[in-house]
Design a protein around this ligand. Structure first.
Ligand SMILES: [Ca+2]
Length: 469
């Protein structure tokens, strides 16, 4: 998990540990279990039984109002209950039915089973649009079927950050068995509806078996703001200067009322609500995940093929080094994590274990290959408007200080390594440092001239915190 100190060589660590009496690598097994438990609880959400959170009244929007927006069409349809006619899904990408005339090959007919119907459409958001840029997400459909007073056919959209369905609207504005264009109010917080695999999931359902209905057209319209994902947006990126007060907490209930300018929290274990409450106080959130190791208790662990898994870290069977040479495999996994960070509202990412090449990972990784990976991570974070912190990896600071926005370090005092991070301070970039040992007076006096933002923390990274300034 968090905070594994950097090493120059495995031998040096062994020597240092022998000299210092330090135990092993990671703090926190408590935090791991809390995070794991949170993940299990989140995963328990049953899509079909989740209550619908909010209801937006359907409204009529003129075609001109959305004509300039991009539109995407369903790429997949799954029938949970009821039946659909056999025409290809692509018929929904063209609106070609009107009045009361039907051309069978150009629309889909939905028929409830004995009790009801439930269908799920999947839309894929283009790679060129980041979650943060997605705005005015609006559903548009051409519907023919019963009036709502006879039978309600409704649309819901799945909020991946809240694990719940949100109502978009229904056939309220439709005429009885006459083609009717349904347009709905834009979905609030559109970025919450994109999954890490860039999917948006829409449910179409009716609760009775009164009648069937037809869909000629089904689209999600959106506007994308700002630069495309292939262009950096440096002006939007937070760059904390030295003197930024902070907290790092991975275990226990997060005290969001703490009066600090930034919180470093676990990406997977932290909810959007927590992040929202921190933002409401004007503070920033750094979201932690491991970029150089797999953790078997993470929800995306199955994304890692065996070919990228190396030796275990510090003997913990649930965490293994990653073969960072295999960027084609690891890249999409890591960028999906960053997309999740964007969706949750993180301002920055704290990407751990970025020094695989020094750790006998089971792969022959060179300095240059590690550097390529670490630069990739920084670039992808910046594409998404996220700041990125360099965790430990002291020997590569000279090559990375320009592309990372701040540094996070553990135990540099214990190893007399703090001087490695001076290049960040020289560029007015914060060095967030942690000491797990020593008294406040001894630790703080040693860093008083370094301009670091040093905390004394328990290895569990619970709420306990003493700041040197
Ligand atoms: Ca059609």
């Amino acid at each position: 998990m968090p905070t594994r100190r950097d090493v120059q060589t495995a031998e040096l660590v062994q020597l240092s540990n022998a000299l210092s009496g330090r135990v092993g690598n990671s703090p926190i097994h408590t935090a791991r279990w809390l995070v794991y438990l949170a993940g299990v609880l989140c995963a328990c959400g049953n899509l079909e039984s989740e209550p619908v959170a909010e209801v937006f009244e359907s409204v009529t929007v003129s075609a001109e109002a959305v004509a300039q927006q991009s539109r995407i069409y369903p790429s997949k349809l799954t029938m949970e209950r009821g039946k659909v006619s056999a025409q290809p899904l692509t018929v929904l990408a063209t609106q070609d039915q009107s009045g009361t005339v039907d051309t069978w090959k150009n629309y889909l007919e939905f028929s409830p089973g004995t009790t009801d119907l439930q269908a799920t459409f999947t839309f894929l958001v283009p790679d060129s649009v980041t979650a943060a840029q997605l705005q005015n997400l609006t559903l548009i459909s051409n519907y023919k079927g019963p009036k709502r007073s006879t039978q309600s056919w409704s649309f819901q959209i799945y909020d991946v950050t809240q694990s719940r369905w949100v109502a978009i609207g229904d056939n309220q504005s439709a005429a009885e068995w006459s083609w009717s264009t349904l347009a709905f109010a834009p979905v609030a917080a559109a970025q919450n509806f994109i999954s890490p695999t860039r999917e948006i999931t829409l449910r179409f359902s009716t609760k009775t078996a009164v009648d069937s209905c037809d869909l000629d057209y089904l689209a999600l319209s959106y506007t994308s703001s700002g630069a495309s994902s292939s262009s950096p947006v440096p002006s939007a990126i937070w760059t904390p200067p030295p003197g930024t007060s902070w907290q790092i907490q991975f275990a226990g209930t997060i005290d969001t009322s703490l009066n600090v300018q930034a919180f470093d929290l676990d990406l997977f274990g932290t909810t959007k609500e927590t992040i929202n409450s921190i933002h409401a106080r004007g503070s920033k959130v750094i979201c932690y995940f491991s970029g150089g190791s797999s953790e078997s208790y993470r929800p995306d662990f199955s994304s890692f093929p065996k070919s990228v898994l190396g030796t275990t870290l510090g003997g913990y069977a649930d965490e293994r080094w990653l073969d960072v040479r295999q960027l084609a495999i690891l890249g999409p996994i890591m960028t999906a994590r960053m997309d999740q960070a964007v969706q949750k509202g993180c301002d920055a990412v704290d990407v751990d274990n970025m020094d695989v090449y020094t750790n006998d990972p089971g792969f022959p990784i060179t300095y240059a290959q590690q550097l390529t990976y670490n630069k990739f991570i920084a670039a992808e974070a910046h594409k998404r408007g996220l700041a990125v912190g360099l965790k430990n990896d002291l020997l590569q600071i000279k090559d990375l200080v320009e592309v990372y926005d701040f540094a996070i370090n553990e135990s540099c005092l214990s190893y007399s390594e703090c001087y490695y991070m001076q290049p960040f301070i020289d560029r007015k970039k914060a060095v967030f440092a942690i000491s797990y040992t020593g008294s406040q007076s001894s630790v703080c006096s040693k860093v008083s001239g370094l301009n670091f933002d040093m905390l004394l923390k328990n290895e569990s990274l619970d709420a306990y915190r003493v700041s040197c300034r």
